[in-house]
Design a protein around this ligand. Structure first.
Ligand SMILES: C[S@@+](CC[C@H](N)C(=O)[O-])C[C@H]1O[C@@H](n2cnc3c(N)ncnc32)[C@H](O)[C@@H]1O
Length: 475
């Protein structure tokens, strides 16, 4: 407790020495009792738009601010890209220990993570058939470290380990397991803590008519913004945001905040699976953004088993940019197929089911079936696909609910039991969504049972139409 508090105090003192201004209406709080590490809490009522704290740009841990960027050519950082460049700089500053300007900052950053990158095989197995397991990217990251970072560290060993007679040897040792682990930790810190830092003066491009346009798509440099990254998040409980000014970054209240309320940032509308992957925690408030992926491979398998020849159709759909590695089934409340099914998945299924004549006509015009209405055959095939997806999970929703009830999400923040419970909650969410889709499709099939098979889904009230299916905004 004493270490934790003294690290917080030393960090705040360093930040103030670095020119930060912190409102007396907020404090850095110990939220370990709620498994939330540190967080920022209001100590008085705060009005909308009030500045909670102001961080000078010079205090950001970034490539631009680290002396490493004056010693290593800019072209090297350009070659590495924003992600690996920041990992390199963070490694350099971290390994510099007390000599680094950011040493008190590193003391409040975690050294252990609950993000999926650090889960063991048995813990990951608890996620069962969740598509998130395939998105962790540990091998890819290892490859970028060994092929991207290590050669740079070796080339600039004398800079990276300046003043150390063993510089060359230390650069070689960066290949060791524990140093690769350190690179993963820096990467995980960036994933859960870093901000995309808007430049002081946005780069403007002038178009033909002389109007300046902001380059919105350009990747912004990443930076670790002290204190701003001590804000936790809980979906729509977001009440503060970082504003990028010329010399400072201002964290401002987005709404009135009452005494003792926590100040929350916005990590985006992430499904719990992705929240676990990127941030290593989940809360019930994120259930509204849950997603289950229907893999393309499964669609093809089920279609092939139903005797549908898919190769030519898929080739055409690929040209039309409809083919993806998977399609999201998103949460909706109340659940409707209209809101939850991906329009691209409906287009895919409808195209697979067309007669050769229909398909040839469509292809000659460069068109696609409309996703707003679903045919009975499509409802049937989709139902089979959803049932096959459910079968990919080795336990049922009922099994999982019972076992989560027996060992609920609580207790020690770093325990295996907690990871098991979080994984169970994620797979339960996915199974619930699949169950809702399965029931809705079964119902739709029954309605179609009363009409001819290829008839469009329009009943008297028109309520089987897939009208206005818009893909939900995802992070
Ligand atoms: C940007 S940091 C926030 C500061 C962090 N609590 C700390 O002590 O360093 C993000 C991390 O905070 C934790 N976190 C954020 N929001 C949380 C919440 N609502 N409940 C539990 N943990 C949370 C997660 O570990 C996440 O990876």
């Amino acid at each position: 407790m004493a270490d934790f508090d003294s690290a917080s105090q030393a960090f705040l003192a360093w930040l103030q020495r670095s020119g930060a201004e912190i409102s007396p209406k907020v404090k850095l709080a110990d939220l370990r009792h709620a498994q939330a590490g540190r967080g920022v809490v209001a100590t008085q009522d705060i009005a909308e738009h009030e500045v909670l704290f102001r961080i000078p740009r010079s205090a950001i841990l970034s490539v631009e601010n680290s002396i490493l960027s004056t010693e290593i050519p800019a072209s090297t950082f350009e070659m590495l890209g924003p992600w690996l460049s920041l990992i390199l700089v963070m490694l350099y500053e971290y390994l510099n220990g007390d000599a680094s300007n950011w040493s008190p900052y590193f003391s409040v950053l975690p050294a252990e993570f609950n993000t999926l990158m650090f889960w063991s095989e048995d813990e990951l197995a608890e996620l069962q058939a969740s598509a998130v397991v395939g998105k962790i990217g540990k091998e890819g990251a290892n490859e970028s470290f060994t092929k991207g970072l290590l050669p740079v560290i070796k080339e600039f060993a004398e800079v990276f380990f300046a003043g150390d007679v063993r510089a060359k040897q230390r650069a070689e040792e960066m290949r060791d397991e524990r140093n690769l682990e350190l690179m993963h930790k820096m990467g995980s810190l960036i994933m859960a803590y870093a901000f995309d830092v808007e430049p002081a003066t946005p780069r403007k491009d002038v178009d033909e008519e002389g109007f300046a346009e902001e380059e919105e798509d350009e990747a912004l440099p990443k930076g670790m913004v002290p204190l701003a990254d001590m804000l936790n998040a809980d979906a729509d409980r977001n009440n503060a945001r970082l504003f990028y000014e010329n010399h400072v970054l201002d964290m401002k209240a987005l709404k009135p905040i009452r005494h003792s309320e926590e100040i929350f940032n916005d990590y985006g509308p992430l499904p719990r699976s992705d929240l676990l992957r990127r941030y290593g925690y989940i809360t019930d408030n994120y259930t509204q953004y849950d997603v289950v992926e229907i893999p393309m491979e499964l669609v093809e398998d089920v279609a092939n088993r139903a005797g549908i020849e898919s190769a030519e159709r898929i080739e055409y759909l690929d040209e039309q940019e409809i083919v993806d590695s998977g399609y999201d089934l998103t949460a909706s409340s109340p659940f409707t197929l209209q809101e939850s099914l991906s329009p691209e998945l409906i287009i895919l299924i409808e195209t697979l089911l067309q007669s050769q004549d229909e398909f040839d006509r469509l292809k000659s015009k460069g068109k696609l079936p409309k996703p707003e209405k679903m045919t009975g055959d499509a409802a049937h095939l989709l139902h089979e696909i959803v049932k096959a997806r459910i079968a990919q999970y080795p336990t049922t929703l009922e099994d999982d609910s019972r076992s989560l009830e027996a060992a609920p999400l609580s207790g020690d923040a770093d325990s295996k039991a907690r990871r098991y419970a979080m994984a169970k909650a994620v797979r339960i969410g996915e199974k619930q969504l699949l169950g809702q889709a399965e029931a809705a499709l079964a119902e739709l099939k029954t309605r179609f049972g009363r009409t001819s098979k290829r008839q469009r889904a329009v009943d008297e009230e028109g309520d089987v139409e897939m009208g206005g299916v818009e893909k939900k905004q995802r992070a």
